[in-house]
Design a protein around this ligand. Structure first.
Ligand code: G6P
Length: 620
């Protein structure tokens, strides 16, 4: 959850490099930040509550130097987001940064009787355990290894020592940690929570395996496995360029990432689809399609909504039974899984979400084959899956997921097509294959056209920002997009919003309808349109305001039915280009993203880093 970085350098720019790394890691949490360096043979620390800019201000006022150091950006678990609880934690002899949770910290604290703890965190105890071993005369490598043996839970740690100025030690168990190698001239070595943190700093990356720990010295890196045996891990060229992670001309990462969708989806489609030959190009699946008995899709948050749309597609086109589970529920509910030939599809942008990763492990232990749909290559989920399909969006920085979501949708739609074709099912159900293939091919241009509705959306957002509650309604494949629309709005604008299957309105939520509520209706002009139109009228007749998102035909049909001046006042519309009806969830994601973005913009809240959230949630 938190972001960690360590640098052992040769130049005086270590502090600025630590800050640069933390800037890339802020998506992992921004409750507090801090750095520690070895400055004139002493450990110097600077820590600040809140975002990185507060730490930068502090360092400007109270500078520190040094060419070896560690840094941290925190998403609070144990202990409030105060300076005292901010990392690095230290005692003058040792300072360290930590991501994850030390589950047995209470127990370990008891062993340390007489030691004064400054913070309420689960982390600080590790500082004292290592120091105790150093005091007993153990060299730092052994002190750390002995300490690691006592820790329970999931963690990544990077440790700085006052008396060993040429050394950093990092360890991972459950939480990710990479080692980075600097350019030829710089000769710097790094630890980072992920390769993204080291973009522009490290030219080569080594992904530590679970249980590994590594010793960075000024002239070499030595890696050990959990048992303490020296081991080699592959070193790869870093593929993430720092140029990819700027905001460009956009005010926020979220808007930049929304606008990237036509290109990103074009890249995914051209890598996976040969539309002229109706051919979907996929890596070999861990189970041959004809043998798949059941598919279980598991994910969290936005990714789980992509999975829900996937269920509609796979069942409709390929006829394979699909169950969709939220990762945090899956492994605690004794799911009935096929003994053989059960395929589990894990969807994750980061590839590091702890709930999702643990669900993957549970599914594996229970005999399922694992196919990951993942954005970050070499992430833990990618590496533990039997096979992965990449969503190829490049780094997604905004906490609210946009381009990763739509590319997850495209990948899962293509996977569903692949399954249907392999099983000789009629492609696209009742539809002609040609129409569906054209529908896929047209998606990038339809998205560009869809961006034209932004001005209209800005006007509607002005009205929406005053809403007390917002309900999103959708039917069929649009139901998960209603859930996603509500999630996007609440996470970045802090307006209470819920998504419902439109048919459920009358079974409860209709009680909420009054003049203070707004209802966003996602309704492409398809076989279910008439039904959702009735739901819309149920809202309008109770004075609820409706924002209809539909295509030209849908909007015309709605206006024909809603024809009194009073009712028309209650209706606003956002026009979406018409598209293949099975692919509408992909296109309709765009207006709900823009609606959330512009509502949050008007409210003046922090769009890219909404309160209490983090992009990559690496704790349970
Ligand atoms: C967090 C993020 C969500 C994201 C979810 C799953 O909750 O705030 O935007 O959808 O994690 O993340 P993943 O990286 O596994 O897709």
């Amino acid at each position: 959850m938190c972001g960690i970085i360590g640098i052992i350098g040769k130049n005086d720019d270590t502090v600025s490099h630590l800050i640069e790394g933390l800037r890339r890691l802020e998506y992992r949490g921004y409750d507090s930040t801090g750095i520690a360096t070895l400055d004139n043979d002493a450990i110097a620390r600077r820590r600040a509550e809140g975002k990185l800019q507060n730490l930068e201000r502090l360092i400007k006022a109270e500078p520190i130097a040094g060419n070896i150091g560690i840094g941290h950006t925190r998403w609070a678990t144990h202990g409030a987001p105060t300076v005292n609880n901010a990392h690095p934690h230290g005692n003058g002899k040792v300072a360290l940064v930590h991501n994850g949770i030390i589950e047995n910290f209470h127990e370990l604290q008891k062993q340390l009787s007489g030691v004064h703890l400054e913070s309420e965190t689960d982390t600080e105890v590790v500082v004292h355990l290592i120091s105790d071993y150093l005091d007993k005369g153990l060299p730092p490598e052994q002190a750390v290894h002995e300490t690691l043996k006592q820790l329970k839970g999931a963690f990544a740690l990077v440790i700085l020592f006052r008396d060993f100025p040429d050394m950093l030690i990092g360890a991972r168990k459950g939480s990710p940690l990479v080692v980075g190698y600097g350019g030829q001239d710089a000769e710097e070595y790094f630890f980072g929570s992920d390769a993204l943190a080291l973009a522009g700093l490290a030219t080569h990356i080594c992904y530590l395996e679970d249980g590994d720990w590594a010793v960075l010295k000024r002239d070499k890196i030595v890696i050990y496995d959990e048992a303490g045996t020296q081991i080699d891990r592959p070193i790869e060229l870093s593929t993430i360029s720092s140029a990819l992670i700027g905001k460009g001309n956009h005010k926020h990462y979220m808007l930049k990432e929304i606008y990237e969708q036509p290109t990103v989806l074009g890249t995914v489609l051209s890598a996976m689809l040969d539309a002229a030959r109706y051919h979907v190009q996929l890596p070999d699946l861990p189970i041959a399609p004809k043998n798949i008995e059941k598919i279980t899709i598991i994910a969290c948050g936005t990714a789980s909504y992509a999975g829900m749309v996937g269920k509609y597609w796979i069942e409709q086109w390929a006829g394979i039974p699909v169950e969709v589970d939220i990762a945090s529920e899956f492994r605690y509910r004794t799911p009935a899984l096929p003994k053989q030939n059960g395929l589990c599809i894990i969807i994750s942008q980061s590839g590091e979400t702890m709930d999702t990763l643990e669900a993957l492990r549970y599914a594996k232990q229970h005999g399922q084959k694992i196919l990951a749909i993942v954005n970050v290559e070499k992430s833990t989920i990618d590496r533990e899956a039997d096979q992965s399909i990449y969503t190829r969006t490049g780094p997604e920085i905004s906490v609210a997921s946009t381009k990763a979501f739509t590319s997850q949708l495209v990948v899962i739609a293509l996977l569903a097509q692949y399954l249907a074709q392999s099983l000789d099912k009629s492609v696209g159900g009742e539809k002609q294959p040609l129409e569906l293939m054209r529908g896929f091919s047209e998606l990038p241009s339809k998205l560009i056209e869809g961006l034209n509705s932004e001005e209209m959306i800005k006007t509607i957002a002005r009205d929406l920002q005053e809403a007390r509650d917002v309900i999103f309604l959708g039917r069929g494949k649009m139901f998960p997009i209603a859930l996603e629309g509500a999630l996007k709005l609440k996470e970045i604008s802090y307006i209470h919003a819920e998504g419902y299957a439109a048919g459920e309105l009358k079974h409860g939520p209709i009680a909420l309808i009054d003049e203070y509520i707004k209802v966003v209706v996602l309704a492409p002009y398809d076989a279910l349109f008439e039904k959702i139109l009735s739901n819309m009228q149920e809202v309008i007749s109770r004075n609820g305001k409706v924002i209809l998102i539909s295509d030209r035909q849908g909007i015309d049909a709605a206006k024909q039915q809603i024809n009194t001046a009073r009712d028309m006042e209650l209706l606003s519309v956002i026009e979406v280009p018409s598209c293949h009806q099975d692919l509408a969830p992909i296109l309709y994601s765009l207006p709900v993203q823009l609606l959330a973005y512009h509502t949050a913009l008007i409210k003046g809240v922090d769009i890219d880093q909404p309160r209490n959230l983090a992009k990559s949630v690496t704790v349970e």
